[in-house]
Each structure stands twice: as structure tokens, then as C-alpha cells.
Design a protein around this ligand. Structure first.
Ligand code: ADP
Ligand code: G6P
Length: 471
């Protein structure tokens, strides 16, 4: 590994790929961090030499930089107050709801916004410290929208990119944010801005036009100081090859058979895999499944649902409320329809190793991906990659994945009757139709995998219109 000040590529994200977890006995353990950003960037960074600047998931002092799995990781400290104000507050109770169609009411607090700025500066300084002269710095996601501008001020020699893993809202929603112009100026500190869908990039450019009076021509926004910044779609993906190999391995295939057997060898296995987040449409999915059972269209234990609901942002009220609602509904469905010993809904509120996730994807006849809004949804791409030809994907129109995965059974999760019809259409569709749809989706993901995404982003960044000023 090169010494700490000489990296040509620096990734900056709120999270490191691993969380430090201190047990009650004071022992420190490293655990894989949750979410799609980590899934994607972990596979990108494996084959490259670079540093990853991020938070290790615990409040308090940060450890020294360390190497894990061949990745050079630079922890950024957050105090307990900063976790509450920058991470839980501004990032996840102000920005997250605004960027996801205001599914829950956003909360704005001036104290949170100040913490966000302070922490963005800390991330930018940490990146500036370990970037070589003329290096490429790739900033990630909504938690770090002020960092590109701060970084440019600190280090005008750098080439700076930013990628948004979540949607970018229509200007009418974005406008609700106090001090919204500063967020746009923060982002315009980058040379290139990547978004999941064309609509997200368009929304960003419209916000620049409407709120900053910026000139926008095609994909190029001209900043107040005359720089040209490109904002365009570069949809994220998965390590399709690696995952397919894992899914086809004998232990995973065997485990998939075992999972079905443990469920009582049902005829139909439906699967949902999500962080326990209100954006994911878990309640809508459970409602549809419950009604299908109550009408007798489906019957337990012949027809079952596995719902993996990964713990997420557990101190936030909206997440606690959702957890209560989901767990109550699962209890009701099982209470009403499941025979002794075989639940109609197998509810799993924990993390699993990659092998177990792959086995679940192989085991499921129909994958239910029903978010109310989602930047991409990697789970949809993981399912079509892992499962054989006889699977079926029910996919919400409100995901980035719906743009690419044309072979999915598309649904509007708000329309419960239509969702039920779509689930049944997917479950009862003839094998040749499933095969055609699954093959086309698998081909799409294989030819647009995460390596191609990262290369496309870095190429776009290198070719961005404004050359950085060299000192
Ligand atoms: P998000 O980033 O919003 O969580 P994505 O679907 O884009 O949603 O990415 C989620 C990632 O986390 C996927 O790679 C998925 O396989 C993984 N994942 C989800 N739940 C679990 C779990 N319980 N255990 C392990 N990995 C999980
Ligand atoms: C989404 C976001 C990521 C985030 C992840 C998990 O994928 O785009 O930035 O890391 O969710 O959320 P968390 O708050 O636990 O980091």
C-alpha cells in the first residue's frame, strides 16, 4: 500500500464498508455495513488501489487508518451529538424524506443543518489529506452534498465527482429545504455529477435553473463562477459474474433446497428483501399478501412469503413506527392463516452472509420488489442474477431498476388490487414466458454490471467539461 498522502483515487462516503461494533465486554468487532452503496463500492474498490474515507458507524473517537480486505480505510470520527444531528437528523429525517417523495413528513432543525455543514467539512478535509496531487476524488450520496464545494476550495487541483445513490427530487419538493441553494452550490463544486435515472439528473438541473438562475444547456450547468458541470445518469449495478458464480455453487444450491424443505416444501415461495425502511413498500406488500390469503386465492402452508427486513436507523421514530406496523401485520397474518408450525410469513429481522442471501434468491419463485420510491434497488438485480430461468420479478414502477429491467412484472404498489393481480400473474405465468423475461433481465444486468458502472462514471469524470486548475 502506498503511504497515506499519495492516493490517486479517493472514495468519500458516509459509511466505511465495515462498522466497528464494541460489545458489552469492550471487545471490538468489524461487521459489514448495511445498504446498496457498500455492496456496490466494495466490489469496485477490491480491484483498485485507493483510499476509502468514511464513518465506522459508532459515535466517538475514530481509529487510525487501517487495511481491511486489501482496502485502505480512513475512519472519520462523529461525536454522539453529530450522529444525532448530522446523520439521524439532517441526513435521514430532513433529506431522506424530501428525496423520497415525502412518504413521511420531513423535519427541519437549524442545529441539524449546522452539524451537516461541519461534518461535510470534516469529510472533505480527510479526503484532501489523503489525495495525491491531481487525484480523483469520488464523493457519494446525499449525506455529503456540501463536500464537493469545500473540497474544491481546499484542493483546486483535484478532479471531483459525486454520485447520488438515491433519487433527486422534483424541484417543487426540493424547494421545501431551508438553505436549499447552498446544497446546489455544494454539489456544483464537483466536475461531474452522476444520478441513477435521467429524471434525477433533469430534476437537479431544473433546480439549478429555477433556484440559482443558472444557465443549463443539455446536460451542462454553468456555475456562478463560470465553470461547466455535467449532470447525467449513470445507473448503478451489481457484481453479476461473482454473484452468479456464488448462486450456482453446490453449497448455495443445496442450501436453497434446504430452505424450501424447512418451509414445508411449499408450491409457491414469495420473497421480499429490504432494509426496514418506509420507502420500500413493505406494508403494501404485506397487505396484498394478507388479502390474497383471506380471499383464498393463496393458502398457507402451500403458499408462503419470506420477508427479510434488515434493521435500519433504529433510533428514528419513523423507523420504529414502521417496525411496529410490520411486525403487527406479520403477527396478524400468521395468527389468522398459518397452521401450527409453518408460518405464512417467515419474518427475518437480521443480517445474513452473502451465501445465505444468494440461497434465498435461488429458493424464491417470485421476488417482490415494491418500493414507493427507490434510487435503484440492487435486490431486484441480485434476484434476476441468482435465480434460474423459472423465476419472476414483481417490480415497482417507482424504482430506478424499472428503467432497465423491462422483463419484470411492473406494479404500482399504492394500488393494492392491481398489486394482487400482478403478484398472481407473476406466480401463475407459463414457464416459457418466465424464461423469456428472466433471460432478458439477466442479460441486461450481466452486460451492465458494477465494473462497467464504475468505469463509465470515472470516464465521464475524466472527460468532464472543465479541466481542474493545476497548482
Ligand atoms: P438499500 O441500499 O436502500 O438498502 P438496495 O436494494 O439497493 O437497497 O441494496 C441493499 C443491499 O443490501 C443488497 O446488496 C442486499 O442484498 C443487501 N441486503 C439486504 N438485506 C440484507 C440482509 N438482511 N443481510 C445481508 N444483506 C442484505
Ligand atoms: C442507502 C443509502 C446509503 C446508506 C444505506 C444504508 O443505500 O443510499 O447511503 O448507506 O442506505 O443506510 P445507513 O443509514 O445505515 O447508512
Amino acid at each position: 500500500m502506498p503511504d497515506r498522502t499519495s492516493f490517486d483515487l479517493v472514495i468519500v462516503a458516509n459509511r466505511l464498508p465495515v462498522d466497528r461494533v464494541t460489545g458489552p465486554d469492550g471487545r471490538v468487532e468489524l461487521r459489514r455495513s448495511p445498504g446498496g452503496l457498500v455492496t456496490a463500492m466494495e466490489s469496485v474498490m477490491r480491484g483498485r488501489e485507493g483510499a476509502w474515507v468514511g464513518w465506522a458507524g459508532e459515535a466517538g473517537e475514530a481509529s487510525d487508518p487501517f487495511v481491511e480486505d486489501d482496502m485502505y480505510l480512513v475512519p472519520v470520527p462523529l461525536s454522539a451529538d453529530e450522529v444525532a444531528d448530522y446523520y439521524e437528523g439532517y441526513s435521514n429525517a430532513s433529506l431522506w424524506p424530501i428525496y423520497h417523495d415525502v412518504i413521511v413528513q420531513p423535519v427541519f432543525k437549524r442545529r441539524w443543518r449546522s452539524a451537516y455543514e461541519k461534518v461535510n467539512r470534516r469529510f472533505a478535509e480527510a479526503a484532501a489529506d489523503c489525495a495525491a496531487r491531481g487525484a480523483t476524488v469520488w464523493v457519494h450520496d446525499y449525506q455529503l452534498q456540501l463536500a464537493p464545494h469545500i473540497l474544491r476550495e481546499l484542493r483546486p487541483d483535484l478532479r471531483i465527482g459525486w454520485f447520488n445513490h438515491i433519487p433527486f427530487p422534483p424541484v417543487e419538493l426540493f424547494m421545501q429545504l431551508p438553505r436549499r441553494e447552498e446544497l446546489l452550490r455544494g454539489l456544483l463544486g464537483a466536475d461531474f455529477l452522476g444520478f441513477q435515472r435521467r429524471t434525477d439528473a433533469e430534476n437537479f438541473r431544473s433546480a439549478c435553473r429555477r433556484l440559482l438562475g443558472a444557465t443549463v444547456k443539455g446536460e451542462i450547468v454553468t456555475t456562478e463562477d463560470g465553470r461547466a458541470v455535467r449532470a447525467a445518469a449513470v445507473p448503478i449495478s451489481i457484481d453479476a459474474d461473482g454473484l452468479q458464480q456464488l448462486a450456482r455453487s453446490e453449497p448455495v444450491q443445496e442450501r436453497a433446497r434446504e430452505i424450501r424443505h424447512e418451509l414445508g416444501d411449499p408450491d409457491l415461495v414469495l420473497l421480499g428483501v429490504d432494509r426496514l425502511d418506509y420507502t420500500k413498500g413493505i406494508r403494501h406488500r404485506l397487505k396484498a399478501f394478507g388479502e390474497l390469503l383471506s380471499e383464498g386465492t393463496l393458502t398457507a402452508p402451500g403458499d408462503v412469503l419470506i420477508q427479510v427486513a434488515t434493521p435500519s436507523r433504529e433510533r428514528l421514530e419513523a423507523y420504529q413506527t414502521l417496525r411496529g406496523q410490520v411486525e403487527r401485520t406479520v403477527g396478524q397474518i400468521n395468527g389468522d392463516y398459518a397452521p401450527i408450525g409453518t408460518p405464512a410469513v417467515s419474518y427475518l429481522h437480521r443480517s445474513f452472509p452473502r451465501e445465505e442471501m444468494a440461497a434465498l434468491f435461488v429458493a424464491a419463485d417470485v421476488m417482490l420488489v415494491t418500493p414507493l420510491r427507490d434510487g435503484m434497488n440492487l435486490v431486484a438485480k441480485e434476484y434476476v442474477t441468482c435465480h434460474g430461468d423459472d423465476g419472476a420479478l414483481v417490480l415497482s414502477e417507482f424504482t430506478g431498476a424499472a428503467v432497465e429491467l423491462q422483463g419484470a412484472y411492473r406494479c404500482n404498489p399504492h394500488d393494492i388490487d392491481a398489486l394482487k393481480t400482478t403478484i398472481m400473474e407473476a406466480a401463475r405465468s407459463p414457464l416459457d414466458e418466465r424464461r423469456r423475461r428472466m433471460r432478458s433481465m439477466r442479460r441486461q444486468v450481466a452486460s451492465h454490471d458494477v465494473a462497467r458502472w464504475a468505469q463509465d462514471f470515472l470516464d465521464d469524470l475524466a472527460a468532464a467539461p472543465d479541466k481542474p486548475e493545476r497548482r
